[in-house]
Ligand binder design. Sequence first.
Ligand SMILES: Cc1ncc(COP(=O)(O)O)c(C=O)c1O
Length: 466
Amino acid sequence: MTDQSSHAFTGISDSNQLNPLFARAGESTDFPLNTIPPGESLPETAYQVVHDEAMLDGNSRLNLATFVGTWMDPQAQQIYSESADKNLVDKDEYPQTAAIETRCWKMIATLWNAPDVETTIGTSTIGSSEACMLGGLALKRRWQQARRADGKSTEKPNLVLSSAVQVCWEKFCNYWDVEARYVPISDEHRVLDGSDLKTYVDENTIGVVAIMGVTYTGMYEPVADIAAALDAIQAETGLDIPIHVDGASGGMIAPFLQPDLVWDFRLERVASISTSAHKYGLVYPGLGWVVWRTLDDLPRDLVFDVTYLGGHMPSFALNFSRPGAQVLLQYYLFLRLGYDGYYRVQKASQDVAVYLSGEIGKMPAFTLWNEGTDIPVFAWQLTKGHTDRWNLYHLSERLRIKGWLIPAYPMPDNISEMVVQRIVVRNGLSRNLAESLILDIQEAVDYLDALESPMPTEGLISTFTH
Ligand SMILES: Cc1ncc(COP(=O)(O)O)c(C=O)c1O
C-alpha cells in the first residue's frame, strides 16, 4: 500500500495531517538558512519553525538592558492585531487613525506645557531616533535661514551636546554634516550642566541638546541651568541658541513623577522636545513623538503636504510607510490610564528602582553612580579595591545564566576606563521579581568573591551598544 492510499484509508490528506509531533517535513528536516526554500510548507509548520527559533532569544521581561516596552495588556494586544494592517501614511484612507495621531501629539504637547496647543506642531515618528533627527534638522534649517538672511556662511554648523548622548545624535551629525561638539562628562560633572558652555558655542551653533534621562545612567540634565547659561551667553554675545530636549525616557516620566521640575516648554529656550512612546510611553516598539514649541520653530520648507479628507495635512517625517497600530495603542493607553494611571505605573517602576539601587548600594562590592530617582534607571561601579579576580562583565555573564540581561559597559570617551552596570526598571518588573534578582546578584557575587584565582579576561568586551 502506498502512502497516499494509507491516507485515503485513514481519511487524512497531506494538507491536514494531525499534529505531527515535530515529525513533519520542515520540522524533522532543515530549511535552508540563506536562500528562500524552493517550495511551500504548511502554515502550521512555518509557524512552528519561526516560533521555535524566536524562543532562543532571551526572555524580554528579564531584559533589564532595554528601555523599550515589553508588556501590554490583552486589550492592547487585541487593538494591535486588529490594526496591524494600517499604514499610518494613508491619512486619507484611514482618517480616524490620522485624527487620533493629532490628538495624541496635542495631549503630549499639553503634558509638556506648550504655550498654546493650537499654535504648536508635532508628529509621531518610528522612535526617538527619528524624532531627534527631525528636531536636529529643524534646528539646522532655522540656523541656515537666519544666516542666509544676514548674508553669512552656512558652511560649518555645529551642535553642542554631552559626550554621553545616545548614538542617534552621532548619526544625526554624521548624516547631515553637522560638527558634533561634545562636552565631556566626568565624575565631577556627571551630566551636561551648562557650566562650561561658553567655550563650546559660537555663531555656527545650531542648538544645544539636553537629555532628560541620559542613556548611560538615567540621570536628568538640568535643562533650566543649561537654558540659564545660554541666556547669559546671549546677554554677553547676542547669540540666541535654542535647545532641543531629548526626552526619550524622561519625557514620559518627568510630567508624572517630577511635575514641578521645569525642563519643558515652560523654558522659552526649549524649541522642541522628543520622546519614545515605546519607552515610558508604555507602547510596544515602533513609536516616538516630537513637538515644536510654535509653528515658527519648524521651518515651513521642511514640511510636506499630504491629502487628508479632501484637504491637506502637514507631514514631516523621514519614513513614508509606517505602522499605524502603535498610534492607536498610545491612544488606548492615554484613555486607559489617564494622568493618574500613568503616575501610578511610573511610580511603581521608580519604587522598584529605588529598592534595587538601595540593596545593590548596600553590597560592599558595589558603589552606586545614581539611585534611579530621575527615571527609574540606575548604574553602579565595582568598588575600588574590592577585587582583582572579577569585574562587572563577569557578573553580567553570571546573571545571564539565571536569565537576567543586565549589561556592563564603559562610560563615554574621557572616562571610558570606568565600567558600569545598569538596570532599567520598566512596567512589569514587580517587587517580587526584583527581590529574586537581588538574591541572584548576591549569589553571583558570593561565587565570584570565593574564586581562588582571577576569572579569565581575554576576549571579554562589552557587546552592548547605546
Ligand atoms: C536619550 C536617548 N535618546 C535617543 C534614544 C533613541 O531612541 P529610539 O530607540 O526610540 O530610537 C535613546 C534610546 O535609548 C535614548 O536613551
